[in-house]
Ligand binder design. Structure first.
Ligand SMILES: [Zn+2]
Length: 289
């Protein structure tokens, strides 16, 4: 990707309707550049709608990703595992028709076994899913997200290591990484995360980032809920400064409750650092209509 794009998790609040078509049109009006389609409560979009959504996004130059349903546990058994795999594959199939570049996945829970056992199992399931999708000519990237609780598979190391499965990449939810232990909230900590990404995935990894950001409330158990950035302790200014320092590219999806307001805020702050660096920056959509 050529740039770092900013957008929302689902249709912006100020959209005319709550469907994806209205969402994409509104993203365009706001001067934002991308949107994540939320299949978080199930993949309810049909193929025909997906084609229309993909057509509009292409016409308006809006990049898309999709978020798979929350009810997934690739470390589960029986019916849970079967349904989890189906939910991921359905997200991938419809996502690809939409022209989305990736499907974001909450991989599952560590449960009683060791982290190593969970890793082996999740790795095997993802390989199986990729194999099946390949037979259907579905090549969309599967992205495993960093999660906000230590009971979940999704530490920084988990999502970097799982990229050893071909076609699997990370989704970095920086607010989750912060909520996981209350750390990861300073310039140096953000920089060390990106340095680790570069060490594992190279410049190519930094050039193809998929990121979630929001304000966040947490306890010693981790994530409690998402907040508006200004109402949280999340150090988003330093985060976007580090994005600029490392010259990363890809998509930043804002998951704050006020969606587009914080997406625009993040981009404004980021562009501020780009200007100071003397780097060329886009000028469109800096105001909030
Ligand atoms: Zn997520």
């Amino acid at each position: 990707m050529e740039e770092l794009l900013f957008g929302t998790a689902g249709t912006p609040i100020s959209s005319k309707g709550n469907d994806s078509m209205s969402g994409i049109a509104r993203i365009h009006e706001l001067g934002l550049s991308c949107m994540e389609i939320e299949f978080v409560r199930g993949v309810k979009m049909g193929e025909r709608t997906a084609r229309r959504v993909g057509g509009l996004a292409k016409q308006l130059g809006i990049r898309l990703s999709v978020h798979a349903p929350y009810y997934i546990n690739l470390n589960g058994d029986g019916e849970t595992l079967l349904k989890s795999k189906q939910r991921i594959m359905n997200s991938a199939r419809i996502g690809q028709i939409c022209g989305a570049g990736s499907v974001v996945i909450h991989a599952g829970f560590l449960q009683k076994g060791t982290r190593e056992a969970a890793y082996q199992k999740i790795e095997k399931q993802l390989s199986d899913i990729k194999e099946q999708l390949k037979t259907e000519d579905v090549y969309i990237t599967l992205r495993i997200e960093t999660m906000g609780r230590s009971s979940q598979f999704g530490s920084l190391e988990d999502v970097l290591e799982i990229t050893e499965v071909e076609g699997v990449s990370p989704c970095f939810d920086f607010s989750h990484l912060h909520a996981r232990a209350g750390k990861n909230n300073t310039h140096d900590e953000f920089a060390s995360i990106l340095a680790r990404v570069e060490e594992k995935l190279g410049r190519k990894g930094l050039g193809d980032m998929h990121i979630h950001v929001s304000g966040i409330e947490y306890s010693d158990k981790g994530e409690k809920r998402h907040l508006v950035l200004a109402e949280s302790d999340f150090n988003y200014r330093e985060l976007v400064r580090v994005f600029s320092d490392f010259d990363i590219k890809g998509m930043v999806i804002c998951e704050s409750p006020n969606l587009e307001s914080d997406a625009l805020l993040l981009r404004r702050e980021y562009n501020g650092f780009r200007c100071k660096d003397g780097t060329k920056t886009e000028s469109k959509g800096l105001s909030y209509p």
